[in-house]
Design a protein around this ligand. Structure first.
Ligand code: PHE
Length: 355
């Protein structure tokens, strides 16, 4: 082995390595070639082992040639690596390209349940008259749901068939929101203007017009000198705000144990305008709530002196109000949570959400 053998071997190694570097198909293959040729135990080192057999004066020349070969190979590897990385980036950019003109995927928006939306509308209207919204418990005691509302123990409303009892002494599912009257009176000093929306329960055979769960909104006003005229004026304004300023209203005598006198409040039929149709049983009127002056006994149960304070109360079925607003004919739809039904109220929910 002499100087020319070694330089020839180095040149051959360079030529062969350059070819395989240029043929490397990806970065991993290129790294493998780099290790094989330039690595510590690589082929360049292998050739240079022959340097020991050379005369001392020739060794630096071989070293100089080896350095030129190493530099050439490093340059070739860097160039090929740049090409391969560029190509890989191009390919990635092509597959990950985003078409910004593609239409967006629709985002499903929730909406207020029509019952909730109706309760908010009612609370908005009475809110303008200074009524504050409270909530009472759905599990009530017999005393508050019945006795303190002047409903005697043998009153038909207490019949086993109407009331759902809870398995705990004296507890039941409230059959109306009126126990809220007692709760407000015993916890708030007059003047009282309270609105009490909430879910109520009755033992019913369920059909299109009977549900065992339904919603009511209760109203209570108590102050010195509150009169029936206040009640009539307020409810007339409420009906006009809800259904239109041109709607006529009327009061009829009614009966509730906890109000005296009691009334039923009618609005002119929203379907026929008062001429008579199947929707209003040809009467021209639709009853939307029950009301009356708070019975003195109930004021007393509420801890108030009936000689000093008078009050009125009213209670309405939310489903009935919602039916008339949205022309819904079957109560069961409100409880089934069928999206095909609920989606129809998205627009109303949007208006509410935007407020
Ligand atoms: N609680 C009565 C009902 O469930 C409605 C009502 C409330 C009537 C307040 C008069 C006063 O039918």
């Amino acid at each position: 082995m002499d100087l020319s053998d070694l330089t020839r071997d180095l040149a051959a190694l360079r030529d062969e390595a350059v070819l395989s570097i240029e043929a490397a198909s990806d970065v991993a293959a290129l790294e493998a070639i780099e290790l094989d040729v330039l690595g510590k135990k690589g082929r360049l080192t292998g050739v240079l082992r022959g340097i020991g057999g050379l005369p001392a004066e020739d060794r630096p020349r071989v070293g100089a040639v080896a350095n030129i070969v190493r530099a050439a190979l490093e340059g070739a590897i860097a160039a090929r690596g740049g090409d391969l990385r560029g190509a890989a980036l191009d390919a990635r950019l092509r597959t990950e390209a985003i078409d910004v003109t593609t239409p967006g995927r629709p985002i499903r928006r929730g909406s207020l349940h029509p019952i909730n939306e109706t309760i908010r509308e009612i609370a908005d209207i009475f809110g303008q008259f200074g009524f504050v919204t409270y909530e009472g418990p759905e599990v009530e005691d017999d005393l508050t749901n019945f006795q303190m509302l002047n409903i005697a123990p043998d009153h038909p409303a207490r019949d086993l068939w109407d009331t759902l009892y809870v398995d705990i002494d004296g507890q039941l599912l409230r059959t109306h929101t009126s126990p809220g009257q007692i709760r407000v009176m015993t916890s708030t000093a007059p003047p009282i203007r309270a609105l009490l929306p909430g879910r109520c329960y009755r033992y019913e055979a369920i059909d299109a017009s009977h549900a065992s769960e339904f919603f009511q909104v209760e109203g209570l006003m108590v102050d010195e000198g509150t009169t029936m005229a206040d009640l009539k004026g307020l409810l007339d304004q409420f009906a006009k705000a809800l259904y239109g300023a041109d709607k006529r209203t009327r009061f009829r005598p009614g009966y509730y144990p906890f109000t005296e006198p009691s009334v039923a409040f009618d609005v002119e039929c929203l379907v026929c305008g008062g001429s008579g149709c199947p929707a209003c049983s040809r009467s021209g009127w639709m009853t939307i709530l029950g009301a009356g002056m708070v019975h003195p006994v109930v004021l007393q149960y509420g801890g108030l002196d009936p000689e000093r304070y008078q009050g009125f109360a009213f209670g309405m079925g939310v489903e009935r109000i919602a039916n008339l607003r949205h022309s819904v004919g079957d109560l069961r739809l409100y409880m089934e949570n069928d999206l095909r039904f609920l989606d129809q109220f998205v627009a109303a929910g949007r208006v509410e959400a935007a407020r």
